[in-house]
Design a protein around this ligand. Sequence first.
Ligand code: AMP
Ligand code: ZN
Length: 113
Amino acid sequence: MSDCLFCKIAAGEIPSTKVYEDEKVYAFLDIEPKAPFHAIVIPKKHIKSAAEINEDNSGEISAVFKAVSEIAKRENLENGFRVVNNCGADGGQTVGHIHFHLLAGRSLAWPPG
Ligand code: AMP
Ligand code: ZN
């Protein structure tokens, strides 16, 4: 078994508050929310980061964005939301399984710090 935190969360081996699941995608609430609604949306398949997206795995990423749209409808995020991917050290990535932050519920500053 992989030693990846988000693989374990997707497999139910580490508890999380699920907000969405389908064949390819799992989404759960961030443990340290940065907005009133803050979910982490991941492909179940282990992809290290956005730098590793390619022809063979881009279907998993497409599924993530379809899920984002579905979650936004279910959670009534009609005022808008932000999807963030942190990639690599300078991007601020702390978990080595690609993930997309879905943030909503307040006006979000731009540009980010
Ligand atoms: P990043 O810094 O982009 O790699 O984002 C990692 C995110 O995962 C952070 O926002 C953390 O708060 C979140 N996180 C880490 N461990 C957990 C966990 N066990 N359950 C939910 N969220 C987590
Ligand atoms: Zn993983």
